[in-house]
Design a protein around this ligand. Structure first.
Ligand code: ASP
Ligand code: MG
Length: 425
């Protein structure tokens, strides 16, 4: 059995849904197909939650109407038969969504968020499942809200692996005796009490890994609008190269440094069961993309580049000129953690401790205030962090031309360089 995952872009309109059906039809295997909300529906549902929270009925209704017409248009292009059961199923979901406004005043934002935002995946999977059936595919809709068991950490729920495995064995795998293709929502799960949870934005890749782990699938394929994993983000880099084959370990390293092709939680469960992960293009499904698997033999062949823009380098010096040693390091870390700083890189010298942070996520005034009693703090904004896996000197030279290098750290496999772009003022 194979697991396929189709994200929002691959079901963004009727043509895209037809293409998904085509890809499913290309492979004769049994398939568990994980699907995200259509297009930008998750963002639209986030606005619905916001409107509900603000008790803004006009905005709430307007957003629900927009979501309804967006999906109706897709359905109208997919279903020749206007009596297709998809319509009743869909209107039922929309009615439930609308009724949220009058249910009660919510008092747990994250809980309400999950009950509402999860509808995007419920709706998309119902439409796709009905469409597949309407074209004669042997397909069935399944409900992640009965299969993927999580804790109640709403908006970022953690998986109860053991229970999820049991649920898949009892209620999912047996369905293959009657259907070749089982459709399931990405991104969502449920608590022991039966409330809906979400796994964090962009969590559908992770769902694909959960499904594969819990069914011992032979492989996972994530279908994307790129030809595979590239060695750099084309936004920042010309002449990117596709990585044909990398190891689980390398994929985890790349996502740790900020490569964003697959959700960071996806690789670990697959690595645990040695299930290969393919990243292929839904625009060119015959072509091979990238395979992520156990072998490390090709990891070093192509250098990978990860860019983090808008970085701020903060340098912290004790006012009494005491050395930077374990004692004040722990004080510095405590202060940083109290302002929820996310550290991208750090370095210390005798009198100075430097951390690199995302500018957008850092309140500099807050940070200065936190430290002013004992430390002198200086900072430098508008920087870039470049990480190169499997670097050599020419690759470093290539990315640092016209740039001032402020700091460089190297290990055997990884070079990390903080630069200021001299062409930007
Ligand atoms: N629909 C969810 C999101 O947009 C999950 C996903 O697409 O992976 O975040
Ligand atoms: Mg998405």
């Amino acid at each position: 059995m194979k697991v396929f995952k189709f994200g929002g872009a691959s079901v963004k309109d009727a043509g895209a849904v037809k293409n998904v059906a085509k890809i499913i039809g290309m492979f004769p295997d049994q398939q568990a197909v994980v699907i995200s909300a259509m297009g930008k529906t998750t963002n639209a549902l986030e606005e619905v939650v916001q409107a509900l929270w603000n008790r803004d009925e006009m905005r709430f209704t307007q957003k629900v109407d927009e979501i309804r017409s967006f999906h109706l248009q897709i359905m109208n292009e997919l279903f020749a038969d206007k009596d297709n059961a998809a319509y009743a199923d869909f209107e039922n979901e929309i009615t439930q969504l609308r009724s949220k406004y009058n249910e009660r005043i919510p008092d747990n934002y994250d809980f309400e968020y999950d009950q509402i935002v999860s509808k995007g995946e419920v709706i998309s999977t119902k439409i796709v499942a009905h469409y597949l059936t309407s074209i004669g595919e042997s397909a069935a809709w399944t409900d992640a809200r009965e299969l993927i068991r999580t804790d109640n950490n709403y908006r970022n729920a953690d998986i109860n692996w053991q229970r999820t495995e049991e649920l898949f064995a009892a209620r999912f795998t047996p369905l293959f005796s009657t259907s070749r293709v089982l459709i399931i929502q990405g991104f969502i799960g449920h608590t022991a009490e039966g409330f809906t949870t979400t796994l964090g934005r962009e969590g559908s890749d992770f769902t694909a890994a959960i499904v594969a782990y819990c069914t011992n699938a032979e492989s996972v394929t994530i279908w994307k609008d790129v030809p595979g994993m590239l060695n750099a983000d084309p936004k920042w880099f010309d002449n990117t190269i596709k990585l044909d084959k990398i190891s689980f370990k390398e994929a985890i390293e790349l996502s740790y440094y900020g490569a964003s092709v697959i959700h960071p939680k996806t690789v670990k469960p697959l690595q645990n069961k040695q299930i290969p992960l393919y990243v292929n293009s839904f625009l060119d499904p015959e072509k091979t993309g990238t395979v992520i698997q156990a072998d490390q033999d090709q990891d070093h062949l192509i250098p990978s580049f990860i860019f983090k823009m808008n970085q701020v380098l903060v340098s912290i010096t004790p006012k009494d000129f005491s050395f930077i040693v374990e004692k004040n390091l722990s004080d510095i870390f405590e202060r940083l953690s109290s302002i929820k700083a996310k550290i991208n890189l750090m370095q210390n010298s005798a009198l100075n401790f430097s951390v690199l942070l995302d500018e957008e996520k850092t309140d500099i005034d807050d940070l200065l205030k936190k430290f002013e009693d004992h430390y002198l703090v200086k900072y430098n904004t508008g920087l870039e962090l470049i990480t190169i896996r499997h670097y050599d000197q020419p690759t470093i030279d290539r990315v640092t031309t016209d740039k001032e290098v402020l700091l460089e750290q190297k290990t055997r496999d990884t070079a990390r360089i903080i630069v200021k772009d001299l062409s930007k003022k």
